[in-house]
Design a protein around this ligand. Structure first.
Ligand code: SF4
Ligand code: SF4
Length: 410
């Protein structure tokens, strides 16, 4: 594992951080045993930065992380967690939330404490409520060691927030598709220039830059004399920037964790050749040409009051467009959202209330996009075919129940 220093403190952080927002699932919850195994294995390989938040896994991420860090693991790592600004109404809420987090995480201090997903409006409201004095006090009494913020808004807002407090660090979305989006490269350089450690989230843009690639993008990787997985190309691109301190990966497959740890052991800034950069640029252009919706799957827009699974619908829609010859995208969409195998959550349920668009960090026009998704993905399948299939299933179940009752009587 390679390490980079936090400029203001000299603290050495592993360049790979463990993101705790996408733990492996078991039934409707977290597969705790597997999660704990994965986290401890990553720590044994040198990962020392773990990033969680109260909202991840509906409040369960901090709890499971605390269990993973028992048995001596807490002392080997830095915990990063976040204050949900939307839950803060008074200055007293800030202390209450932090104290609850310390109890949940079973620790007496948070190493890296962030104000979660700031934009200008949220930040100014928190400042008015006394957040800067709160951070000073919590640092002074030792409940937090380093203060930072995570961010999804415009570059101008980012600069305003960076300049407003002597932060030790910040966290931004950054990957080869987002060089000019949100804080982007300019924001990364600005923050690093001010002495902030920069933690990177979404290096694979919600998984879209790793895993299975569209044929035309895969052809670009295949044509390179250097053989790497798409995820490795994407991670190396981020780590190539000397201003980057830690790259967070929401790892939940053992194979991905192993690969990320291997790459994190060999990637130093400035190591990509001119040819390798050109390969990534070509893939970036092709991706941008094909991606329909720039949703990162962050889930901030959820829940939808009318039941739409917003990130799920966009994921199915993107998969459908990235792999047009593969019916898996459409099947996945119908299977997950039609109600055949659970709750109905398809795009056509959208009632255009606009609640989601107000909080989307990517500033996506979600209601308009939902109309498009519904037109292409719901078609006649969900409103017409699915009710017929459901009726068929209902009849089969009734017939099965009747048969069972008759045999029972006999
Ligand atoms: S605009 Fe549509 S998708 Fe968004 S919250 Fe309202 S109903 Fe749900
Ligand atoms: S639509 Fe926006 S808020 Fe919702 S999951 Fe996608 S990026 Fe996040």
């Amino acid at each position: 594992m390679l390490y980079r220093k936090v400029p203001k403190t000299g603290d050495e952080l592993s360049i790979l951080g463990f993101g705790c927002m996408r733990f492996p699932a078991k039934g409707r919850g977290i597969d705790e045993e597997r999660t704990i195994r994965q986290i401890r294995s990553a720590i044994d390989w040198g990962v020392n930065y773990l990033d969680t938040a109260p909202v991840y896994h509906m409040g369960k991420s901090e709890q499971v992380l605390a269990k993973a860090l028992a048995d001596g693991y807490r002392g080997k790592v830095r915990i990063a967690t976040k204050m949900p600004h939307w839950s803060v109404v008074t200055r007293a809420d800030m202390d209450r939330i932090l104290n609850e987090q310390l109890a949940t995480l079973q620790t007496d201090h948070i190493d890296y404490y962030l104000l979660h997903t700031l934009n200008r409006t949220a930040f100014r409201r928190l400042v008015d409520l006394g957040v800067l004095e709160f951070l000073d006090a919590a640092k002074k009494d030792g409940r937090i060691i380093n203060a930072g913020f995570s961010f999804h808004a415009t570059l101008a807002e980012f600069v305003e927030i960076v300049d407003a407090y002597p932060w030790e660090f910040c966290q931004i979305q950054y990957n080869y598709l987002d060089e000019n989006n949100q804080a982007g490269t300019e924001g990364l350089q600005y923050a690093a220039g001010k002495g902030l450690a920069v933690i990177i989230m979404e290096p694979l843009r919600g998984g879209n830059l790793g895993g299975r690639m569209p044929e035309s993008v895969q052809a670009i990787w295949d044509a390179s004399p250097v053989k790497r997985s798409p995820a490795e190309w994407a991670l190396r691109w981020v780590w190539d920037h000397p201003e980057v301190t830690v790259v967070l990966s929401g790892m939940n497959e053992e194979a991905h964790i192993d690969e990320n740890i291997r790459v994190a052991g060999t990637t130093v800034p400035g190591s990509l050749s001119v040819e390798e950069r050109a390969t990534i640029d070509a893939a970036k252009d092709e991706f941008k040409r094909r991606m329909k919706v720039g949703c990162t799957g962050c889930g901030y827009c959820m829940p939808c009051p009318f039941g739409v699974d917003i990130p799920g619908c966009f994921a199915g829609y993107n998969t459908h467009h990235l792999f047009p010859h593969d019916p898996a995208g459409r099947f996945q969409y119908i299977g997950r959202h039609s109600g055949l195998m659970g709750q109905t959550s398809y795009a056509g349920l959208c009632r255009n209330c606009g609640k989601c668009a107000k909080v989307c960090p990517q500033h996506l026009p979600i209601p308009e996009l939902m109309k498009q998704v519904s037109k292409e993905m719901d078609g006649l399948v969900i409103p017409v075919v699915v009710p017929i299939l459901k009726a068929g299933l209902w009849c089969m179940n009734k017939a099965g129940a009747a048969r069972r009752a008759i045999f029972k009587e006999k």
